[in-house]
Design a protein around this ligand. Structure first.
Ligand SMILES: [Zn+2]
Length: 247
């Protein structure tokens, strides 16, 4: 048994018994953590309030050696992203970001750079940045931090540099194909004009620039589709299906 304390963002919380919750956190230094929050569903509990998804908390928990489920000992809210919950699109993208972090990382996995990247995206959504672009940027940047970002600076067949024309990305070979070159037989993602350059820009985006980039919704969708395909191919994880805008 060991005791841990860290800053964390709540990914999810679900009922465990009449009085308890199981909460999943992504902690700054400790990565993804699952804990039982005893008594959190009781009306008198101070802990339960802090377990809403996307809340930033200071938490303390115990973890039995070699186990994946700990016990929450203390949880104090540091900050709540209030504005997230007043905009439907920001809420929808917040849900995608939290679920993606939950799916991609196993318990005890994840580093401080992953925590920071999620926090930057949530802060941008909370500050009113365009939600769809932030979602696409978060996903593209996450690929980079997972070490599976696509090489898109030249066509893998004729080595031409991509411009504004349409192209395709071959998932299995990890190569881009320009519109003039034939696609290999395997799984590929078609990219319309502008998506290649948007993806190159998004993968390399610096945290302080994330709010200044905007992409057309059709390009956002293609970027997210490419990220989903790459995560599925490299990590064997299928990300939650996106609900369409406005639903
Ligand atoms: Zn080519």
């Amino acid at each position: 048994m060991s005791i841990h304390a860290d800053e964390a963002i709540v990914l999810s919380a679900m009922s465990y018994s009449n009085t308890s919750l199981i909460a999943t956190f992504f902690a700054r230094k400790e990565g993804k953590i699952r804990v039982v929050a005893r008594g959190a569903r009781s009306p008198k509990s101070k802990i339960g309030v802090g377990l809403e998804p996307a809340t930033r908390v200071q938490a303390e928990w115990s973890m039995p050696t070699g186990k994946d489920l700990g016990t929450l000992r203390y949880c104090e809210t540091i900050s709540v992203f209030h504005h997230l919950w007043s905009d439907m699109e920001a809420m929808r993208l917040t849900g995608i970001i939290l679920k993606t972090m939950d799916r991609v990382f196993g318990v005890h996995e994840g580093q401080e750079e992953h925590y920071e990247w999620m926090a930057v995206a949530l802060e941008a959504l909370d500050s009113g940045a365009e939600p769809g672009s932030i979602g696409a940027l978060f996903m593209a940047g996450l690929l980079k931090k997972l070490g599976i970002a696509p090489e898109m600076s030249y066509c893998g067949s004729c080595t031409k540099k991509p411009g504004e024309e349409r192209a395709a990305f071959d998932i299995e070979s990890g190569e881009l194909r320009c519109s003039r070159c034939e696609l290999p037989a395997g799984q590929s993602v078609r990219l319309r004009a502008g998506s290649v350059l948007a993806m190159i820009e998004a993968v390399e985006v610096a945290p302080e620039k994330i709010r200044s980039l905007r992409f057309h919704p059709s390009i956002q969708d293609e970027m997210i589709q490419l990220v989903r395909s790459l995560i599925s191919f490299h990590l064997g994880i299928s990300l939650p299906v996106q609900k369409n805008r406005g639903q």
